[in-house]
Design a binder for this molecule. Structure first.
Ligand SMILES: [Mn+2]
Length: 313
């Protein structure tokens, strides 16, 4: 066990999705070195991974081995993403019907999961150990001066989750039960809140599927905003009509302007030169594997982005 030393800064790394070569390149650009244990920063910085290490990309197992080694050596913090959550639900058997998964994957999720399956052929024990590791990961990090969550910091859901993670079997089981408060908390925090579009409006997603709901900017107030602007990322074809507040109130807590900076991944933003920081919310997912890139934001112990703080792989 290494001595607990306060990191000199943090490097928050976006969704990797099995792109291990780019991860190595990113760590190298930030001055990380590799010893017999894992990557580490000679200046005493700590890496933070926002989740979605697996699926889609070519080197899922290598990615997991690299990140897990850093985590075990106390050189990185790691939170869970929706892809790891889906994998846990799929690879844990149902408590009553023992021949089916606790939580079925959609066909779209199965397709994205296939590269993960392929990278663990004849290595079932190793995969099982990674599933056990995913269960121990926190669902969010409150670092004091800054916060990290895979998709959305909704205070009521964060408070409800508390310090529980998927290692708590009752909690895991409850998250797989449609419409339970635990299910809602996972959907909100790991997948981000969504809002129905007005009648007749739809959005065609990257899988070519027509959707009648949108992912929203959960830090924006709804008064005076239209659907096109509220959608995250914005979609030019959406109507610019004013958002109708949902009956019964919002299913998420709007992130307050004065709250600490929060860093997220998940939103698969189009590649741009600078991180899309909307006030105190910064997204680190620029769609690696879909023509985008892997990136990190470097922050000091006070949670402020450093000069030259945005690094691309
Ligand atoms: Mn995600």
């Amino acid at each position: 066990m290494e001595k607990e030393v306060k990191p000199t800064g943090y490097d928050i790394i976006g969704d990797i999705h099995g792109h291990c070569d780019e991860l190595r390149s990113l760590l190298g650009k930030m001055g990380y070195e590799c010893d017999e244990t894992s990557y580490f920063h000679p200046g005493g910085r700590q890496a933070i991974f926002v989740g979605d290490l697996i699926d889609r990309g070519p080197k899922v197992r290598e990615t997991l081995e690299l990140v897990h080694a850093m985590h075990r050596a106390n050189r990185a913090l790691v939170i869970i993403g929706n892809h790891e959550y889906n994998a846990v639900g799929h690879c844990t058997m149902h408590h009553i019907e023992a021949d089916r998964p606790l939580r079925e994957m959609s066909n779209g999720s199965k397709k994205q999961f296939q590269p993960t399956v392929d990278s663990f052929i004849d290595r079932q024990d190793e995969w099982d150990q990674f599933i056990d590791w995913f269960k121990t990961l926190p669902l969010y990090l409150d670092m004091g001066p800054f916060r990290v969550v895979h998709a959305c910091w909704s205070q009521r859901h964060i408070d409800f989750i508390g310090d529980r993670n998927l290692d708590d079997y009752e909690f895991l089981q409850a998250t797989a039960t449609n419409a339970s408060p635990e299910y809602q908390a996972i959907e909100t925090v790991l997948k981000g809140p969504e809002l129905n579009l007005p009648d007749g409006a739809y959005l065609t997603d990257h899988n070519g599927i027509q959707r009648t709901n949108i992912r929203v900017k959960w830090w924006e107030k709804l008064e005076g905003i239209n659907y096109r602007t509220l959608c995250y990322p914005e979609v030019a074809t959406l109507p610019d009509t004013a958002v109708e507040p949902p009956v019964g109130g919002l299913s998420w807590d709007i992130y307050p302007a004065g709250a600490p900076p929060v860093y997220v991944g998940h939103y698969s933003l189009p590649p741009i030169d600078k991180p899309a920081s909307a006030g105190n919310v910064t997204c680190l997912d620029y769609s690696i594997g879909k023509g985008g890139y892997l990136c990190a934001v470097r922050v000091n112990p006070r949670g402020e982005t450093e000069t030259e703080g945005f690094v691309k792989a």
